[in-house]
Design a protein around this ligand. Sequence first.
Ligand code: ATP
Length: 363
Amino acid sequence: MKTYRIACIPGDGIGQEVVPAGQDVLQALAASQSNYRFEFTAFDWGGDYYRRHGVMMPADGLDQLRGQDAILFGSAGDPHIPDHITLWGLRLKICQGFDQYANVRPTRILPGIDAPLKRCGPGDLDWVIVRENSEGEYAGVGGRVHQGHAIEVATDVSMMTRAGVQRIMRFAFALARSRPRKLLTVVTKSNAQRHAMVMWDEIALEVAHEFADVRWDKELVDACTARMVNRPATLDTLVATNLHADILSDLAAALAGSLGIAPTGNIDPERRFPSMFEPIHGSAFDIMGQGLANPIGTFWSCVMLLEHIGEPAAAAMLMAAIEAVTADPALHTRDLGGNARTSDVTQAVCEHVTATAERRRAA
Ligand code: ATP
């Protein structure tokens, strides 16, 4: 029997509710068959850890994660700790330390979800946003001088490297090729940002020659927001810089019905290091500890995790369970307009997985 080692980092706020829920559904999947099992290791890193130790994760944190097959992450954010500390001290440390340069964000309107786009037919919104996850606007280059004085200067410099752009473009074209429509939109802002974004466009054109069977177009990021709303069916796979994709994927999540549903994977395509999977929502302190968090974003992230570790059948089974559960309005959490609790949704997904496995065994 195969054992997958999964590091669980619930982090802060509702991360502490949705990650255990994710572990429950993964356990239900493993229990329903006999060829693999999960070995979970929990890490208590995040805001509380910071209060005790002055850091979000220990200095040897990456070494502790290195041998794992994948990481299931909740969220990092704390109302009493500055956002740049929670973000840079944990999530970005892992993403950058493990060179998880491709951030992949699928978006679909799941069955039963009332999404805000009234003119959007079934299947019209089925996107994957690929976010450059290792450099660009989040490279951390910049500084402040004359702090607190009238002459203070602060810079955040976006760093784009040819190698970094090439690898994310290749990843995005390959992902587009693997999807039925073989369609990629390269998001840019080369009209206003006339150095790095122009190189971004040039490299997209070069890489496109390697993928002659992929149709592709270019869209300015501002125009892309309007296109997502007005012509969602014209988009399929999108690739964008770290900052642009961050913003576009929150819009995508909202257009798909709720931030609580959207998943993401921080992927090291070369598999040198473990990849990390997480819901895209944050710590949502306003609802933490009340059992109100929608765990679907975490479950969908578990689908991505299963695909990544090489269990596509389990991934499909979990996705089917998620879709069956979202189709039932009685199982909608408050963010979707319902009254269901995190535990109701989790139990329903686990039961669906178990029932499907039993039916298959009996057939
Ligand atoms: P952070 O600072 O960590 O990014 P945040 O609270 O500013 O956290 P989000 O956590 O992304 O931002 O959430 C914004 C709002 O969306 C929350 O206030 C919450 O009400 C709602 N929300 C987010 N995720 C969920 C979820 N999984 N289930 C239910 N509601 C959610």
